[in-house]
Design a binder for this molecule. Structure first.
Ligand SMILES: *Cc1c(COP(=O)(O)O)cnc(C)c1O
Length: 467
């Protein structure tokens, strides 16, 4: 399997290289050269398989020569057996005769990002072993990505992680999930600034040849292909349990950076009978505007109770535009350069028509979110988190064919967003026992000014340079 950049001019890479690389050198994102495809019989054969075995079948076509089947199986066992608090890893929960929740929050940091990050940490370790360089992972987080990445990379050989978070602007649970990990290869940096500044600092490090030349830098945000690949698995796992390949299934996905729902798109391209993907957004609705009217234009970010969806530029949307636009890297490169200059982009007719065959979008405001939280609690006895509530609201308002089952992705444990859940339902969700004494543990982090010089000087002091 070979990987090409959406902008057409970066080197073609194999799976190992694409895992370690992150962003392509031409500014694009890597995608497989062609989508692997399963026959109906091959999908039917997945009935009854464990999560680990499903993961091996679904991901094997993507890893090419970088891993053989046994090696992939061992990594999946290590990532998913024991690290998740539920034997099904991502269990389905029934809400009524047609609506289901796919619970993706049974991992160590209580959000769906654990599913991909636990595997990514092991892939980094495996691919860096024997290489001459030590990997320096840098990232910025508004909460969930940071904790999932730190948990996955803590103690891994040959890797250091530097995670920037905006000081005082992540929840206490989120901060403690990062700062109480005391492994020597974990470095938390609280910057005096907001998330956008943290993200801009990370981008500047990758773009500064003086800094990026000195260290083997790598990224853990959702532009990393291996993360998306790991998320395709649970679409198959859920749909097969609900009757695929004979029966079609719809999914509703709380969407921010378009990573999770893009994995659903890939599952459909691989032959899974996905009849609809509902892209649920909050009032930060750039994706709803793009998919309903072709208008992908950046607005102001408004903070909400579902912070992981508070974004205006959805990096993975570029992968969809590439695939729907006939995989023309030159044309997409021009389209994205114009977008970067004007902060707006109009989808072409073929992109709009292609998207309409599979995607429906829905914008959910705070009142609708609170209503969905309350109703799900009253009618099914389920307490969900604000992100999940947004997707549930979208699932219930979408027009769908026939009587297909509708699966809403539950992306976070409600206790991660306890205040918002309590406001809507009157119920205070309790943290599960596996996070234990989070509030008693020692914290460790450095507070650094939000300037390029201060942050890079701090990292340079602690990181291992290229040999
Ligand atoms: C990251 C996140 C999302 C958004 O996922 P994308 O892949 O960025 O679209 C939704 N819900 C929660 C709880 C998240 O942490």
């Amino acid at each position: 399997m070979r990987y090409v950049s959406t902008r057409g001019s970066a080197p073609v890479l194999d799976f190992e290289q694409v895992t370690l690389t992150g962003l392509a050198a031409d500014g694009g994102l890597y995608v497989p050269e062609a989508w692997p495809r399963f026959s109906a019989d091959q999908i039917a054969d997945m009935a009854g398989l464990s999560y680990v075995e499903t993961a091996v079948r679904v991901m094997l076509p993507f890893v090419g020569d970088s891993l053989d089947e046994d090696a992939l199986r061992r990594l999946c066992e290590q990532a998913y057996q024991g690290r998740f608090a539920h034997g099904a890893v991502t269990p389905l929960v029934q809400l009524d005769h047609r609506h289901w929740l796919l619970e993706l929050f049974h991992g160590p940091t209580l959000a769906f990002k654990d599913v991909a990050m636990q595997l990514l940490g092991l892939l980094f370790e495996r691919f860096i072993t024997g290489a001459k360089d030590h990997l320096t992972v840098v990232g910025a987080t508004s909460g969930d990505t940071g904790s999932a990445a730190i948990d996955a990379l803590a103690g891994r050989e040959g890797v250091d992680i530097f995670m920037l978070h905006p000081r005082g602007r992540v929840s206490e649970v989120q901060r403690r999930q990062m700062t109480t990990v005391l492994a020597p290869n974990v470095h938390n940096i609280a910057i005096d600034g907001n998330f956008d500044q943290a993200q801009a600092l990370v981008k500047a490090m990758f773009n500064d040849p003086g800094f990026s030349g000195k260290f083997a830098l790598s990224a853990v945000n959702s532009i990393n292909w291996a993360r998306l690949m790991a998320q395709i698995v649970y679409y198959f796992y859920a749909a097969v349990r609900l009757g695929a390949p004979e029966r079609e299934v719809a999914f509703s996905v709380p969407t921010g950076n378009f990573g999770d729902v893009f994995a659903g798109y890939v599952a459909a391209r691989m032959g899974l009978p996905v009849v609809r993907l509902i892209v649920a957004t909050n009032i930060n609705d750039i994706l709803h505007r793009a998919l309903s009217s072709g208008d992908y234009s950046v607005g102001e970010v408004t903070p909400t109770a579902a912070p992981s969806m508070d974004i205006q530029v959805s990096s993975n949307f570029e992968r969809l535009l590439f695939d729907l636009g006939g995989r023309d890297g030159g044309a997409l490169s021009a389209q994205m350069k114009a977008f970067e200059a004007d902060r707006r982009l109009q989808l072409s007719n073929s992109q709009c028509e292609g998207a309409a065959t599979l995607f429906t979008s829905c914008r959910v405001d705070p009142d609708e979110m609170a209503l969905a939280l309350r109703r799900t609690h009253e009618s099914a006895g389920q307490v969900v988190d604000p992100h999940t509530a947004i997707a549930l609201s979208a699932a219930r308002s979408a027009e769908l064919p026939g009587d297909v089952p509708v699966v809403t992705l539950a992306t976070a444990h409600p206790a991660k967003f306890g205040d918002a859940v309590e406001r809507a339902t009157g119920v205070r969700p309790t943290l599960p026992p596996r996070v234990g004494d989070l509030f008693e543990r020692e914290e460790r982090y450095d507070v650094i000014h939000a300037t390029f010089d201060d942050v890079t000087a701090h990292i340079a002091e602690l990181a291992t340079p290229r040999s």
